[in-house]
Ligand binder design. Structure first.
Ligand code: ADP
Ligand code: 5GP
Length: 189
């Protein structure tokens, strides 16, 4: 039996800045280890298999669902699946580390319900939907069609904020990173 540890969940609509903040925390807090999700989407930019995601086919993903290998999974965008593997959480706890997630809002709340007080669920809030759209467009990683899909979903997801343990405002990035360090530091202390 793996000894259970702690979990830190960062959720937000796409473009709010959670990946940027999570990556910052990973450079600052050695007790954290990133939960690498499985996904059926293609690698973007310089993303690496087994580092940013486990990039797998839809057939493999459906097979893992059938075998009950996922703690949670979502069809986050039409035809594109993302999920957290049970083995991934166990791997990190075996290292004696705290798991940190970059995950969509539904998945984040699912994990919070499952792990209760062992988990800290943080919602990253952009200043407005307009700013979020600018950030997502400025990131330059998505086609116009994918951008429209992400905008539509983001509008709904912004309403999920009150259901999280903490709302972390991401207006100025440096301020948000410092606040995130404090929140995470206190939780794992
Ligand atoms: P998410 O993981 O939530 O989809 P990202 O971390 O990829 O979001 O951030 C989306 C884009 O916005 C990136 O290009 C990132 O550099 C930029 N960004 C993140 N936070 C801020 C901020 N506070 N101010 C301006 N740009 C930001
Ligand atoms: P992206 O394609 O931008 O990397 O991710 C799209 C969305 O899927 C983001 O909100 C991201 O946090 C979320 N996501 C990544 N991994 C998982 C996961 O394992 N489960 C769920 N439910 N969402 C995930």
């Amino acid at each position: 039996m793996t000894k259970e540890g702690k979990l830190i969940i960062f959720s937000a609509p796409s473009g709010a800045g959670k990946t940027t903040i999570v990556q910052h925390l990973l450079t600052k807090i050695p007790e954290l280890e990133f939960s690498i999700s499985a996904t059926t989407r293609k690698a973007r930019g310089d993303e690496k298999d087994g580092k940013d995601y486990y990039f797998i086919t839809k057939e493999e993903f459906l097979h893992l669902i059938a075998k009950k290998h996922f703690v949670e999974f979502e069809e986050v965008y039409s035809g594109t699946f993302y999920g957290t593997l049970r083995t991934e959480i166990e791997r990190i706890w075996e290292l004696g580390k705290t798991v940190i997630f970059d995950i969509d809002v539904e998945g984040g709340l699912h994990l919070k319900r499952k792990y209760g007080k062992s988990a800290l669920a943080i919602f990253v809030q952009p200043p407005s939907l307009e700013v979020l759209k600018e950030r997502l467009t400025g990131r330059g990683t998505d086609s116009e069609e994918k951008l429209q899909e992400r905008f539509a979903k983001a509008e709904k997801e912004l309403n999920y904020a009150p259901r999280f343990d903490i709302i972390l405002k991401n207006h100025d990035l440096q301020t948000a990173c410092v606040e995130a360090e404090q929140l995470v530091g206190n939780f794992i202390a």
